[in-house]
Structures are given as structure tokens and as C-alpha cells.
Design a protein around this ligand. Sequence first.
Ligand SMILES: [Zn+2]
Length: 486
Amino acid sequence: MTTPALDGLEAVIGLEVHAELLTRSKIFCGCSAEFGGAPNTNVCPVCLGMPGVLPVLNRRVVEFAIRAGLATQCAIAPRSRFARKNYFYPDLSKGYQISMYELPICTGGHLEIFTEGETRRIGLTRIHMEEDTGKNIHDAHGDASLVDFNRSGVPLLEIVSEPDMRSVPEAGAYLRTLRSILQYLEICDGNMEEGSFRCDANVSVRPRGSTAFGTKVEIKNMNSFRAVEKAITYELGRQAEALGRGERLVQETRLWDADREETRSMRSKEHAHDYRYFPEPDLLPLVVDQPWVDAVRATLPELPTARRERFARDHQLSTYDADVLTQRKDVADYFEAGVAAGAPAKEMANWVMTELLRIVREEKLDRALVIREWPVTPLQLAGLVKLVEAGTVNRNTAKALIPRLRGTARDPGELVAAEGLAQVSDRSALEAAVADVLAKNASQVAEFRAGKERVLGFLVGQVMKATGGKANPQVVQEVLRAALAR
Ligand SMILES: [Zn+2]
């Protein structure tokens, strides 16, 4: 998606992401944090906000926040503090949300994003922990609105970027990179449709070359990457048009309407002071000592950027290929397992990026945080790649074997041998088939001899058909050309 023509204006975009953490229990009580479940079954007096209860901080949430902070080069505050954010909404039974305000746990990091062939650094303002709210359900029960508190108290990280993005592709790349990092860290499944990875966008425009910020608008209610890109594109265009007409923009919150593909005003922008933040009196300040930070650092995996650079260097892949292969840790692991099994890196990369990822996308296998049900195992795909490279089978036969290997432990080479699928590269064996095809297609032969080169493709196809797809297309072409020249 491209950024609309802004006629001398520059886009300024900052993103706020809420990432639901994959802890077993909620942030301040022992209830299950699992998604789904019958409404109001994963609840207790603490996450229902009953009077007189006290929150107890889940240590694992802090560990996940430290992981996210270290992976994005943030400073981890030795002392941070929870704060109450006061507001009323039916899904917030306490009348306040426990969040962090003036002393967040992580500050001042950055992400390296790769877009349009270039790497750019996007600053992070902060990462803090907070509790999720319940969920209002409208239209399910006549006119009544219902509230499900299963989500109340599920731990969230709020990750706030600096307003460093200047185009829609950069915003998209930032989101994908951030999601990829959280998935590598195994702290968030990154599922936008289910709401475990949510994004609000702050969007403004300003005259190109200016350093002052224009009036910003916050956009909410986008539940896919595509929606974020469309909403920002729409909003940039709307703001540029309004300014072009000499109108003043107002600072406000706008909702993305996915059906009408437009943003519309929801409310004037609230300010921090509207929430009457104050330090959470029921929780002690959070102290994170250096040994804890060091212990978490020691568990960090190789992250997408480092892995992308290593893939490009060690496997001689293009940056683009390396980027596609490292967006998901499981895909990167799969690729490397195939290379370790002896498949040439370039060919393995091609098969993973085309055949494997096509099936993964079609069957939505990538909804899982870690794909376990691959169409074929990395060893099997490496086996197919090696068979093609050795000329034992052609590409099409290899592709057709993927569904047959699925769910089995069979070795592709053994399957090919057992079913006589090996490619026929022997000229003498192909000559009879070629002669037969030429005899049956006299008019095409005449056309070819009259100079119509394209007809050769048709004739190759006929020979392939006659040999049940097993012929080596390269050799078929050679034999055909020789026969036609006679
Ligand atoms: Zn609870």
C-alpha cells in the first residue's frame, strides 16, 4: 500500500500497540488468562473488581516485559511503579485500570525496520505493563448489552513508538517487525483478529521540511494489518484535503469503519489529566535488580534482524529472501533444518517461500504461534529439493508428492523408487514418445517448421502428458528440436 500524494506535506505516524501476554494466569490474580472459554468463567473477586481485594503481581509478566525491553534495546528501569488510570466504562468494574504512568518499566529503545530495500530505525518511547479490561458484547441478546470479564486482568504490554514513521509502508513494516519480535520471544501470539495484538495509530501531516508537529488524530478499531494500512492511508488523505481547503484540524479520536473504509469522529482527544493518574496504593514500587535482567538476557533467542543478516551472509540469500524466511522463527528454523539435511540453501529457500508458505497461508496454519503441523517435514522437503537437484524427478512431480508425503514419515526418495516416479532423462527412451507426438500433430509440426517457435511449448506439453509427467522437460525439448530439424 502506498502513501497518498500529500502535495508538499509529510506524514507523521506513531503507533501504540497493545500485546496480550501468553502467561498462564492473569496479571494480578490466579485466574486463567486463556482466550475463549464460556463467558465469566475465568474470574474471581480480584479480576471482577470486588471491594476489599488486593492485587498480587504475576512475576512472569514482569519477566516478559523485561524480555520485550531487552529485545528492543530499551533501558530497564531498576525501579518502576504501577498507576491507576481512572475512567468509567461497563467493562471496567473497578472504575480504574492498573497501568503504569510516570515510571514505566522500559524506556528509550528502538526497532530496525526493513522496507522498500532500506533499513530504518524507529524509536520506542516506552513499554509498560497493564491489565486488560473485560469485553462488552452488544447485539447478542436482544437490546441488552452483556459483559464478559474473562479478559479482565489479562496482562498487556503497551508498546509506544516515537512519531518516527513517514509513510504507510513504514508503519506496516514496523508492526510486522514488532509482532515478529514478540513471537520470537514467545510472549505474544500476535493474532490481530482475536485481539491479542492491537494497534492504535497517531497520524498527522505537516509541511515537508518542518520540524513542528501538526494536529494529531488517534485512530482506533483496526483489527488487521491491512486495516491499519488502509486507515492511515485514508486519514492522511483526509487531513491533507482538509488543510488544502483551509480548514483547521481538531485533535480527536477517530474510529476506523472497515465496511465504509473511512474514519469517523468518536470523541475529542482525551488528555492524560482526564484520567487522574496516581500511584497505585495497593502495589509496592517494582524493583528489578541487575541479576534478574542479566538472567532474562541470557534466555533471549537470536532475533529476526540478526537472523536475517546471518541468513543473507551465511546462506548467500538476497536480503528480501532472508527477510521473508526470518519473519517467523518456526519458518526460519524449518529452513535451517532443511539446509542442515543437505539441501542447497538457495533451492531450499525457493521451495519454502513458494510451495511451503503457500500451503501455510492457504490453510491458515500461521495462526498458531508455533506451527507444528507442517505440510511436510523439513527433512522431507529437503529430500524433494535434493531429488530435483539431482535430476531424479522434475519440479512438478516433486510438488505433486507434497500432499502424498503429508502426515507420513516416508522418505521422498523411497516413495519415488517404490512408485517408479523417477524422471525419464534417457534420450532413447523419449524418442519413441516424441516420434508419436510428432506423427499425431502434423499441423503443429508444419507451423513450427514455418517459424512459429511458440508451438514447441505445446509439443513439449504433449510429450510430458504421454509420459505421465515423468519426462525431463529439458531433455524432451532437446529430443524434439533434433527430431524437428530432421
Ligand atoms: Zn481473577
